[in-house]
Design a protein around this ligand. Structure first.
Ligand code: SF4
Ligand code: SF4
Length: 164
């Protein structure tokens, strides 16, 4: 996995133009069964991918924390939301709460998430490859393929499977 992660930014860069073209076409003419196809591709990829040997999302990018995330996680730590925010979060340029520091403070050296049961919604859903109407998040996906080897593989498989 280490080597795969080292090569990922370069491989994603090489595929960037091709991916952009593919997603532009996909946005114009999404196939009727796209949700079903994405579910299949996502499930197949995550049967092969071991996130515990990767954790690149937790190491290199952080999730957004919604108000519901902040409430739930502060409760878990028996902190007031304001205390939790002071300790772990900052506001980004778009006024969203994000982690103060990366890698994520809740990531263990064994790649386990210490708040797994109450982790942010964005962590639960990353890399969003089983999301309904997947073509609507193509800009996000174009970025995620450089971070997440599973998202990279899913997009490669999409291009093979979906003829536009
Ligand atoms: S979601 Fe992607 S980046 Fe995150 S641990 Fe799994 S394979 Fe790695
Ligand atoms: S909260 Fe957990 S899943 Fe989310 S980035 Fe941190 S370690 Fe990863």
């Amino acid at each position: 996995m280490k080597e795969e992660l080292e090569q990922l930014p370069r491989r994603a860069k090489e595929k960037k133009a091709e991916n952009k073209k593919f997603f532009a076409k996909l946005r114009k003419r999404p196939p009727k069964n796209l949700d079903y196809t994405m579910q299949e591709l996502h499930t197949a990829e995550f049967e092969r991918t071991d996130c515990l040997s990767c954790a690149n999302c937790c190491k290199t990018t952080g999730p957004l924390f919604t108000n519901a995330d902040v409430e739930r996680i502060s409760k878990h730590f028996r902190l007031k939301p304001s205390q939790f925010i002071d300790q772990y979060l900052r506001l980004d340029e778009e006024n969203d709460y994000v982690l103060k520091s990366i890698p994520c403070s809740f990531l263990g050296t064994d790649n386990y998430c210490s708040i797994y049961e109450v982790r942010p919604k964005a962590c639960r859903e990353f890399p969003h490859t089983d999301r309904k109407k997947f073509h609507q998040i193509s800009n996000l996906t174009l970025k995620n393929v450089a971070i997440c080897p599973a998202a990279f593989n899913i997009v490669e498989e999409m291009k093979r499977k979906i003829k536009l």
